[in-house]
Ligand binder design. Structure first.
Ligand code: THU
Length: 160
């Protein structure tokens, strides 16, 4: 018997203004996408923007439904759109911004487990890391160099 230790390293930026220019621009697009969220039930609005290798940016926002489980997170809305529109183009970076309309969200909001699983599918297939940046409405921005850092021991096609 032995124990194994799993470690992840993340980078924390003090705020939006500390981001490199290209990332700030991608985050701005996530902020714009967040404004189009349809979240009348949770009042929690999320925007995501994905920079592709071909220079395109694909955005998405959460889309809720009166039948709650039928809604979809912003990250999956964006990544499925990117996968559907450009099936063979690598995804480089995803920027995510999230916050409630009922209180100010000042902490970085990481993607939910289901979204991590969905992003992992594309990262594994393209065999190249997808960088993830996430933030609340204000405050710190967290960067993960790859989705794998956010989903250790992930399940993927190698198991099948
Ligand atoms: N949501 C996202 O869009 N992304 C996440 O990673 C977490 C949650 C959405 C789903 C739902 O519309 C609302 O936030 C509250 O859970």
């Amino acid at each position: 018997m032995k124990e194994i230790k799993i470690e992840s390293t993340l980078t924390v930026f003090d705020d939006f203004n500390e981001l490199p220019k290209d990332i700030a621009s991608l985050m701005e697009q996530a902020i714009e996408a967040r404004k189009k969220a349809y979240a009348p039930y949770s009042k929690f609005l999320v925007g995501a923007a994905i920079a592709l290798e071909n220079g395109e940016v694909i955005t998405g926002s959460n889309q809720e439904n009166a039948s709650y489980p039928s809604g979809l997170c912003a990250e999956r809305t964006a990544i499925y759109y990117a996968g559907a529109k450009y099936p063979n183009v690598k995804m480089k970076t995803m920027a995510i911004v999230a916050g409630s309309t009922t209180q100010q969200t000042m902490v970085p909001i990481p993607p939910c487990g289901a979204c991590r699983q969905a992003i992992a599918e594309y990262e594994v297939n393209q065999n190249e890391a997808i960088e993830i940046y996430f933030m609340g409405e204000t405050g710190k921005v967290v960067k993960s160099n790859s989705l794998a850092n956010l989903l250790p021991l992930g399940f993927d096609k190698s198991a099948l």
